[in-house]
Design a protein around this ligand. Structure first.
Ligand SMILES: Nc1ncnc2c1ncn2[C@@H]1O[C@H](COP(=O)(O)OP(=O)(O)OP(=O)(O)O)[C@@H](O)[C@H]1O
Ligand SMILES: [Mg+2]
Length: 435
């Protein structure tokens, strides 16, 4: 529940940590202020107004007797900034409305007048806004008092409110600026890690920010270099071995030729041919793997090209138009070509489907061949592994196709899964590349 409300980003959370105490402090200060100063100040002002009106009524009957009520009204008006009207046209005092929760002054006036005023009264804060109307029923007369609101409103409150609200808004604004600067290096670090995961090895970023973040960035860079060095060392070593094996293999081939066409040597010859293929496949793959730049290309063009070049024609392509892929184009081509190759080798009809989901490009390649049993699905990714060696002994198979696919997909930060074809028979290869 709480997790749903809380902001998910680091910036949002940090901001909350800064803002929440400020708002809480404001609420506390505001409530205390309202209760102890604002309310009491206004209440006292209303009470003194009641006092003034009471004074008026204390002398009013006497002035009425000597027919000098008008004079009293004049004096009262000029002394108290209150306008007084004798309402001849109103016979009966209206009933006070029940004030709503936000009608602070209505509530206050009604409460205080009920307590400290003896005559029946009616108040209205809207009719003469910004003045207040108070009607009093006195000796069969309805007398109207029009009181400026300022008389019962403490003005210091606004100054106070201004000084607690405006500086805190200012503080919040400043902390937003600071927080953004503090969080930017973390965002850069996470972007760098993401890019590295997607195989964009050349991406360099400047370390900045607080000490801890700087340290994490430096360590990340070091780790990145170590991994890259490790990869290139491994590739170089394997390439070296493969290359060096070529010479003795050629020699062996020659020697076998010299031994004549005896069928005894046939199997040996085949093995040597196979080894040569393995080596040249591997060398070919290793030679251009990491040299290629990341580029943006339209996937449909690449797929169309692959389909048009495929030697068997039973192949269907469904692809969104303008599916822009960012990656190493030749490697992606090789990856998909390997899968199509398998699909055509082990099945007869092939269906390729490519589409963009929220953040990924999804490519599925379905065939109607024998499929791969669940327990084999992991193993076939191993280099030089073939499910049924006798199945295609004389074929040009090396068993590197899917390991190359996995390597390419990993170097793009993607995933590859072998699934059963949902149509029932055959294999579905599922590829997903983050974009
Ligand atoms: N579409 C498929 N249907 C059935 N089996 C498959 C399919 N794709 C691959 N396999 C099995 O997985 C094994 C490994 O495939 P992989 O592509 O790595 O090697 P390969 O096709 O035998 O040789 P290479 O691709 O190097 O020429 C294959 O030998 C095959 O048995
Ligand atoms: Mg293959």
């Amino acid at each position: 529940m709480l997790r749903k409300i809380l902001p998910r980003s680091l910036f949002g959370r940090a901001l909350l940590i800064v803002i929440l105490p400020v708002i809480l402090a404001q609420i506390v200060v505001g409530t205390v202020f309202y209760d102890s100063i604002w309310y009491k100040a206004n209440r006292n002002l209303v009470r003194s107004l009641i006092g003034e009106i009471n004074n008026f009524f204390a002398t009013y009957p006497e002035y009425q007797k000597i027919k000098k009520a008008d004079e009293l009204i004049q004096i009262f008006q000029s002394k108290n900034q209150i306008t007084i009207n004798i309402k001849k046209n109103i016979k009966e005092l209206p009933k006070n409305k029940e004030p709503g929760l936000e009608e602070f002054y209505d509530k206050l006036i009604i409460a205080e007048f009920t307590k400290g005023f003896t005559y029946p009264f009616y108040q209205n804060t809207e009719i003469y806004n910004p003045s207040i109307q108070i009607l009093v029923s006195f000796n069969n007369e309805i007398i109207e008092f029009i009181v400026p609101k300022d008389k019962i409103r403490g003005t210091s409150a606004f100054v106070f409110l201004f000084w607690i609200v405006v500086p805190s808004l200012l503080f919040i604004f400043i902390s937003i600026l600071f927080l953004r600067n503090q969080i930017r290096p973390i965002i850069h670090l996470s972007e760098a890690a993401e890019k590295f995961g997607k195989g964009q090895y050349d991406h360099d970023f400047r370390t900045s920010g607080a000490l801890e973040i700087r340290k994490a960035s430096i360590e990340f860079e070091k780790m990145k270099r170590r991994i890259l060095k490790h990869i290139s060392q491994r590739t170089a070593m394997l390439s070296g071995i493969s290359h060096d094996l070529k010479t003795p293999l050629t020699r062996m081939k020659l020697e076998l030729e010299l031994l004549g066409k005896d069928s005894k040597f046939q199997a040996l010859k085949e093995d040597i041919v196979e080894m040569e293929k393995m080596i040249s496949e591997y060398l070919d793959f290793a030679s251009n793997q990491y040299l290629q730049p990341i580029e943006k290309f339209n996937l449909i063009d690449l797929l169309n090209n692959l389909v048009s070049k495929s030697f068997k024609k039973n192949i269907t392509l469904k692809c969104q138009k303008n599916l822009i892929f960012s990656g190493r184009k030749n490697l992606i081509r090789r990856c998909i070509a390997n899968i199509i190759n398998n699909a055509q080798k082990y099945g007869t009809t092939v269906l390729i489907n490519a589409k963009k989901s929220q953040k990924n490009i999804i490519i599925t390649i379905d065939d109607d061949g024998p499929g791969i049993k669940d327990e084999q699905k992991e193993k076939v990714f191993r280099p030089f592994y073939r499910v049924d060696k006798s199945r295609n002994l004389n074929d040009a198979n090396v068993g590197l196709g899917l390991s190359i696919v996995e390597d390419i997909v990993n170097s793009h930060g993607g995933t590859v899964k072998l699934l059963d074809n949902p149509k029932g028979k055959g294999l579905r290869v599922f590829l997903s590349f983050p974009q």
